[in-house]
Design a binder for this molecule. Sequence first.
Ligand code: ADP
Ligand code: MG
Length: 253
Amino acid sequence: MSELDLLELRQVSRQFGSFKAVDEVCLTVRAGARHAIIGPNGAGKSTLFGLISGTLPATSGSVLVDGQDVTRLPVDRRVGLGVAATFQHSSLFLRETVLENVLLAVLRRTGAGLGGWRKVSARAATVEQARTLLERVGLPARHEVAAAELSHGERRQLEVAVALATEPRLLLMDEPAAGMSPAETARLTELVAALPGEVTVLLIEHDLDMVFELADTVTVMHLGRHLKTGSPDEVRASAEVQSAYLGSVEAAS
Ligand code: ADP
Ligand code: MG
């Protein structure tokens, strides 16, 4: 691990019974990277994210964030260290408004809790932060509607705002463009491209156009294993990757 690596996975594995969904994966993610993970369905990508965010414990191996071993830490402790995730399956409070969803996330981070919230000045500052985040993800005119009323693409934007509210150093995004229209995907791509350099992005994505537009580094997973990591051009040109992944996509479509 070099000083520039924000995330390091050391032979990390996750078994479900005797099945190895993630099989001794070693991977480093440089601070500031736009790093994508691709691979066919069932390759173990989402499981790997669970091991990084802490929603799933590793069976063996270790996960280090900024040199600190977080393998046994629960999700909220990892959030405290700057790891935030947007999930493939939405985790929003659908009955609360758009603004409330972001406010809850800001309050959780600042630890102001509801005690601090009683101070009018703290409340105004928090609302201001939440509104700024919503504008950044492109949801300025939709603050007061319930999250349930948002379109699919808008929900994904809101999820990004909720994740950013925790001020992450590492943002994990699991198939953010899934189910989005081309226009929504383009918007999301712009949003991720515009994130500040201090936010390291690790992205699982099926939409290869989005991957090749955003990523500076691409990792290919196959059958739970780390097949290859390289620049987008290297990965595209790799015969091994083409037969394992790109070939199987073409075969499927
Ligand atoms: P990907 O995100 O690359 O499509 P996943 O990480 O979701 O792949 O799944 C990898 C493999 O692990 C799949 O074969 C899946 O069926 C299996 N798997 C995932 N989660 C579980 C679970 N909770 N119990 C049993 N098997 C699982
Ligand atoms: Mg998945």
